[in-house]
Design a protein around this ligand. Structure first.
Ligand code: FAD
Length: 140
């Protein structure tokens, strides 16, 4: 069975670019082996990550992620069975700060400020979908 999980967390210390690179490298390797796909957003000291794939593999990945000291205060926003993947082409797509703009933030938040802890499950999913789409358009 396929499931989707979205959680948010806060970075523990001042983050360096190499930390994100390390996380993405390991995530891509592990997720490839485990048939997990998804996307990681990092902005304003928050992580917002979506994982989708076989239930046991997603649960195992989340269990590893929860004990990672590079972040804290993990909060699950959404967990559900899904019919099909929406991020199948990304072992771990990445959305960095640069992709945000006022228009997108205002669309998905109450006050135009990015605080994933206060987002609804649907807003978090739609935001990730829209931002990843924008990020692909910018790169191509
Ligand atoms: P090992 O590599 O054996 O490491 C042992 C412990 O050290 C683990 O607790 C690990 O978290 C920690 N650790 C490893 N490298 C570092 C480091 N450079 N600095 C500090 N601590 C470290 N992993 C995935 O497989 N898929 C994902 O999608 C994924 N997303 C992540 C998203 C975020 C925001 C973060 C912070 C981490 C993510 N990770 C992901 C990494 C995950 O937390 C584990 O580090 C990784 O899966 C390896 O797990 P392991 O049990 O083999 O740990």
């Amino acid at each position: 069975m396929l499931v989707r999980l979205i959680y948010t967390s806060r970075v523990t210390n001042n983050i360096e670019a190499t930390v994100i690179k390390d996380i993405l490298r390991v995530s891509e390797q592990n997720n490839m082996i485990d048939n997990v796909s998804g996307v990681l957003l990092f902005s304003s000291s928050y992580f917002l990550q979506l994982l989708e794939g076989p239930r046991r593999a997603v649960n195992r990945a989340y269990a590893r992620i929860l004990v990672d000291k590079r972040h804290e205060d993990a909060c699950m926003i959404r967990y559900e069975p899904i019919v099909s993947r929406q991020f199948g082409q990304w072992r771990m797509g990445y959305i960095g700060e640069g992709i945000f703009n006022k228009e997108v933030l205002f669309k998905y938040t109450t006050d135009g400020k990015f605080d994933p802890y206060s987002m609804s499950p649907d807003s978090a999913l739609d935001l990730l979908l829209e931002l990843l789409q924008r990020s692909v358009q910018i790169k191509s």
